[in-house]
Write a new protein. Sequence first.
Length: 367
Amino acid sequence: MEKSLIKINKWLYPASWLYGAGVWLRNKLFDWGYYKERTFDLPVICVGNITVGGTGKTPHTEYLIKLLQKNFQVAVLSRGYKRKSSGFVLAEEDTPVHQIGDEPYQMKQKFPDIHMAVDADRCHGIEELCKESVAQGTEVVLLDDAFQHRYVKAGLNILLVDYNRMITEDKLLPAGRMREHESGKFRAQVVIITKCPKDMKPMEYRVLTKQINLLAYQQLYFTTLNYGKLRPLFNGGKEYGVGSIHPQVQILLVTGIATPQKLEEDLSKSIRNRIHTLAFSDHHDFTEEDMLSIEQRFNTLPEGKRMIITTEKDAVRMASNKLLPETVKPYIYVLPVEISFLQDQEDSFNQYILDYVRKNSRNSRLP
């Protein structure tokens, strides 16, 4: 098995116990009906986790969009983390990134035909997306990162678990990275262990299946990350695979994601190039000082044998940032990421999702 990314701050256990008591009480108040969960008369699929960041929600949500948009009008609802707006916002083609957040902006740019909306109040957001005057023809709603938002009772909950941070080994915040106790997994109909190595052995599948210990009604899947071709962030240009980078080229890897170590490890396995990492916090809003730091680090690399690689999420914030130095723009490349299923599980997963949406559709004409 690959190296675990779990780090436990044991001295914070007392705070974790207090936090856990509060989360337990909140969940029980929902279970007992004191806090009301709301259902909707169209398919609602929630993609979320019970840990803080880094499980691959965006590429899994994008996978669902690609699966469903061929036959259904898809709407995606996100909180819009670190956006500068408030309330409900439905993205248009020209909606700026600061109005909806980096991940919603990324999805709207890649899938312009979907209804992409943000709202911290998910019930209100779904209400708006169901209005023909707001979002015409919505047939299925994907909730991005709403597993703890229990005021909405999604028809299908998909729980993502990072292979490198198994919830069976983690602890509650702030000692660990868990938002709620491991038992929260039983609210999900589907559990996906994400970021798995492509060469996992049959024995490891069995070990993980036993470790996650799901109930009979729950479906378990395994996915891995696939990196696409590098593309220039500015001025178009040629795309090419990571493996075709000249071995003498040095790379400045600029990230503002939850777990940059995984990306750096994956790149190191694919190429022999020297990688210099400049890591910022997740969803980081680049400042003038940050841009100067990027330029300075880039200028330390050998001229003519250097490039900058960044993620899709970071690229949308860079592209709209007027503080980005012109001198580095021609050297910035974006690394797309997608997911694929292991153990030939793709057809089974696709059919499970499509059956749920068709069965719960508001009309019977859908294919």
